[in-house]
Design a binder for this molecule. Structure first.
Ligand code: KG4
Ligand code: ZN
Length: 361
């Protein structure tokens, strides 16, 4: 069963050919990051235009690397949402058009479930084992910070999400405050390695504080706007700058300590809530995916803290890619779950399909 997957939900144009859910024959990712860098974030219309230019060459390259001819494909899959609407429309329309021309099924994929699947792409045996479930997944990227529970019957539900910025956004916006390049996550990660994470005190959003009870409905939600504001004030104090339109004058050790202390606060909030959710719902496996799952400190801390088996996506399947789309689509196709040609792009896709992972490949 060979599937071509396409991913255009944000600023990566990606295509992959995956056989039987897990054998990645080719996976190509073309990043537009340099086009968005001058704006310090992704501009949806610009992303869509770049996808339009890149999609045909990327699909061609992917098929050729995979050694797969179009008539060997059993289906064409694409991300349906969540994501940026103009960007989603490009991949979705292309995939539907190709599937229609080939007279093959089209499969619309939920991007969040695909990120969870990315953690298991290289370990299909875990998905087959009933004792792996329920899986508690933390999906952290530039657009999402979500805790998902996946039951043994394949049913998924969202247990918590960010109320403001996504974790990746928290890193990207912090980098902007620190006058570092976009995307900020990898830069802060690198700087933090030489910094003292205990030097500066940052709030752990929605984790509760003495004398300030956490509302029960926010137990599994996240908030990163407070920590970002705290950074702004600390930078002002350290750089002795009232007007932030002046270039910052931070020493290298100050910058490293700010990066390390800030990163520690973001990572702590992610790890604390993930462990709470795992305990509340008696999860048997923890899974972590999404671009922020590349973060060295998050990988270290959650590995140290996890009390149940942990699967973190390999870095190449953390950031947006189409192998996770084509792989997950394999399970959908085998279960007869294909999409209509009227499938719409859904920027805030809330509905999660039920994927029978335990039936295995
Ligand atoms: O999953 P992804 O490629 O795209 C989205 O769906 O958003 O994630 C990109 C995000 C960016 O915000 C980037 O700063 C963050 O992931 N990121 C990191 C690291 N690598 C990428 N954040 C923290 N540490 C990293 N090492
Ligand atoms: Zn993503």
């Amino acid at each position: 069963m060979i599937i071509l997957g396409i991913e255009t939900s944000c600023d990566e144009t990606a295509a992959a050919v995956v056989e039987d859910g897990h054998r990645v024959l080719a996976s190509v990712v073309s990043s537009q990051v340099s086009k968005h860098a001058p704006y310090g974030g992704v501009i949806p219309e610009l992303a869509a235009r770049e996808h339009l230019k890149a999609i045909q060459p990327i699909v061609g390259q992917t098929l050729s690397e995979a050694g797969t001819a179009l008539d060997q494909l059993d289906a064409v899959a694409a991300t349906q949402g969540p994501g940026l609407l103009p960007a989603l429309l490009v991949g979705l329309s292309y995939a539907k058009g190709l599937a229609a021309a080939l007279d093959k099924p089209f499969i619309g994929i939920n991007h969040l479930l695909a990120h969870v699947f990315g953690a298991f792409l290289e370990c299909p045996e875990l998905l087959r084992k009933p004792e792996t479930y329920p899986i508690l997944a933390l999906i952290v990227s530039g657009g999402h910070t979500v805790l998902l529970l996946i039951e043994r019957n394949g049913q998924s539900r969202i247990l918590g999400r960010t109320l403001d910025d996504a974790a990746g956004e928290a890193f990207d916006k912090a980098a902007k405050i620190l006058e570092l390049p976009y995307p900020g996550g990898p830069v802060i990660d690198r700087l933090a390695k030489n910094g003292n994470a205990a030097r500066l005190e940052f709030p752990r959003g929605l984790c509760g504080r003495p004398g300030q009870a956490l509302k029960p409905e926010n137990r599994l939600n996240f908030s990163f706007s407070g920590v970002k504001t705290a950074l702004l004030y600390k930078v002002k104090a350290l750089a002795n700058a009232d007007a932030l339109d002046q270039p910052l004058e931070l020493s290298a050790p100050e910058l490293a300590d700010l990066a390390a202390s800030y990163q520690e606060a973001v990572v702590d909030a992610l790890v604390i809530k993930t462990l709470w959710a795992a305990a509340d719902f008696a999860a048997k496996t923890l899974a972590v995916g999404g671009g922020v799952a590349c973060n060295t400190r998050l990988r270290e801390k959650i590995t140290e803290a996890a009390k149940i088996p942990l699967v973190i996506a390999p870095p190449k399947y953390c950031t947006d890619n189409a192998a996770m789309i084509a792989g997950l689509a394999g399970y959908n196709l085998r279960a007869g779950q294909t999409s209509g040609f009227d499938a719409d792009a859904v920027p805030r896709l809330a509905e999660l399909s039920t994927v029978p992972f335990t039936s295995g490949f």
